[in-house]
Structure formats: C-alpha cells, structure tokens
Design a protein around this ligand. Structure first.
Ligand SMILES: [Zn+2]
Ligand SMILES: [Zn+2]
Length: 207
C-alpha cells in the first residue's frame, strides 16, 4: 500500500540545505557540551582555490573527503580522523605531470572561548569554537598545505632533463650522450639541434 509518503534519500538533513551555508562548518547542537559525547562526520567538500604551493596543489573543486570524529571534551571539541585529497602538479626535475592522493591524519582541539586552553595559548595557535559551530576549513587547509612537497617528483628517482637537449633522461636510451658525437655525424646532428646548446667539438667555425 503506498499510503506513507515516500522518503527521498538525501533530503533528510534539516540544516544542510540552507543556501550559501559554509560546507566546512559543523553545527555542534547535536554533539552538545557533555564531555564524552561523540559524533561521526563523513563529508566530501569541493576544495577551495588556494590550497597549493608553487609546483603542486589541490585542484579547485576537487573532492576533499573528511572522515572525522568529533568528541566533546572539557576544553572544547576534539576533532580527529583522516582527510583524503587529490593533488596535481609538476615534477620538479622533468616537468612531467604529477598526480597523487594524500591521506592525512588530523587531530586538533577547537577550544571554547574562555577555556583554559584559550587563555594559555597564543592567539594564532588555537582554533576556537565559534558560537555553536566549528569551521574545519583552516585546519584541513593547514594540514594539506603542510603535507605538499616543495619539490614533487614523478618517480622517486626521476633523473630530470638532459642538460644537452632538454629531453627527459628517463625516456632516452642509456647511451644517450652529447659529448661523444662521432665526427662523421656531427654535421647531421648540428642540423637537428636548435643551435644554442649544441656542442660540436671540432667545428671549425667555433671560437
Ligand atoms: Zn620527473
Ligand atoms: Zn640530450
């Protein structure tokens, strides 16, 4: 009998559908302030634009997957769990594209304003509960950006680019070389190089 109204999946949450709500904000009403109470949070949020270093970063809009546990403690809310985020960039040695997924552990206390933790910490060292909510974005951003490599590489032992011709050394045959060009081929090789970096021993035109 189709008497009962059909449940629409995804429409159950009451405050998640408010327009323009910050997706990184977590309301603490459900958790409450009783120490020991706990709440699980599993949420995927599109990455903001500025999570990056020079050579690598999180593409804007990429899915940031949070699997967190919120625990009410005396001083505030303890947030722990892991963050999974895709990163894209460029190999610092050969400039090839680099793709990876970072899985990072997080653990952080969001202190209540007026708590001992807040009073005894430097202002910029402590994250605070704001009203009845916490904002996860600065914590996750700091964790992700700190984990980004300054010099990402496509493989652990990427050999970079050939100083003579600018090609990836790993793509070149093992005997690739510019010093030992057979004199009989030197003229031919010269025609195929761009000139500036060509090393032509024995060229009579050379100063
Ligand atoms: Zn490389
Ligand atoms: Zn070369």
């Amino acid at each position: 009998m189709p008497a009962a109204p059909t449940d629409r999946p995804g429409a159950a949450s009451t405050h998640a559908r408010r327009p323009a709500a910050n997706p990184w904000a977590v309301e603490l009403r459900e958790l409450g302030r009783r120490p020991g109470s706990m709440q699980e949070l599993d949420r995927t949020i599109p990455a903001p634009a500025d999570w990056r270093l020079e050579l690598i970063g999180v593409p804007e809009g990429a899915p940031v997957h949070l699997r967190l546990r919120l625990e009410s403690v005396m001083e505030g809310v303890l947030v722990s769990g892991d963050v999974e985020v895709p990163v894209e960039g460029q190999c610092a040695r050969c400039l090839d594209p680099v793709e990876d997924t970072l899985e990072l552990d997080v653990q952080e206390l969001f202190a209540y304003p007026g708590s001992t933790t807040e009073a005894t910490s430097e202002e910029d060292e402590v994250r605070l509960v704001e009203g009845e909510r916490i904002d996860l974005e600065p914590m996750v951003r700091d964790t992700v950006v700190l984990a980004l490599p300054l010099s990402p590489t496509c493989t652990e032992d990427c050999a970079g680019l050939c100083a003579g011709c600018g090609q990836r050394v790993d793509d070149l045959p093992a005997d690739h070389s510019h010093e030992l060009v057979d004199p009989r081929w030197a003229g031919l090789a010269g025609r195929f190089t761009t000139g500036a970096v060509a090393d032509r021993p024995g060229d009579p035109e050379e100063n």
